[in-house]
Design a protein around this ligand. Structure first.
Ligand SMILES: [Zn+2]
Length: 147
């Protein structure tokens, strides 16, 4: 599988069972482009700041609604992949040179990035990916690899 296009959409508001884009007109243009260009959608990604790299109950409901919405508009979706980036910032007491390392955690991958904006700041980004089977309506965690 290869990815041709990834559109970023900024969240305006998110709540327990709701989500809205920061710019509704821009979001509508993206959906119209997807429909008119006949792109095949493979899924979405979003971040959990200081949370977990796992799907919440609300995430699952949103994914089901979003996949159904695309299908009703004639967009072919076989399986849906949802990538979640858990992002944590870290403050260090001693200075760190710029570095980045990655490690595999069972099915997930984690990047530790240090000293990019400041020698006393770093970030840990853990990526979890889930496959949603539209026929069975089941979610299953997928393996994440970096080439
Ligand atoms: Zn989420």
């Amino acid at each position: 599988m290869s990815l041709d296009v990834a559109y970023p959409v900024q969240t305006g508001e998110s709540g327990k069972s709701s989500w809205s884009p920061g710019n509704q007109a821009a979001y509508n243009r993206i959906k119209d482009t997807i429909n008119s260009m006949n792109f095949q959608i493979i899924g979405e990604y979003h971040s959990h700041i200081n949370g977990t790299p796992e799907l919440s109950k609300d995430d699952k409901e949103f994914i089901k609604e979003e996949a159904d919405s695309f299908r009703k508009n004639g967009v072919e979706i076989r399986n849906w992949l949802e990538m979640i980036l858990k992002i944590e910032s870290k403050k260090y007491t001693r200075k760190h040179a710029q570095s980045c390392d990655c490690s595999y955690l069972k099915k997930r991958i984690r990047f530790n990035i240090r000293g990019i904006n400041s020698p006393l700041v770093g970030y840990s980004i853990t990526i979890g990916t889930y496959q949603y089977n539209l026929e069975t309506q089941n979610f299953e965690e997928a393996n994440v690899y970096v080439p």
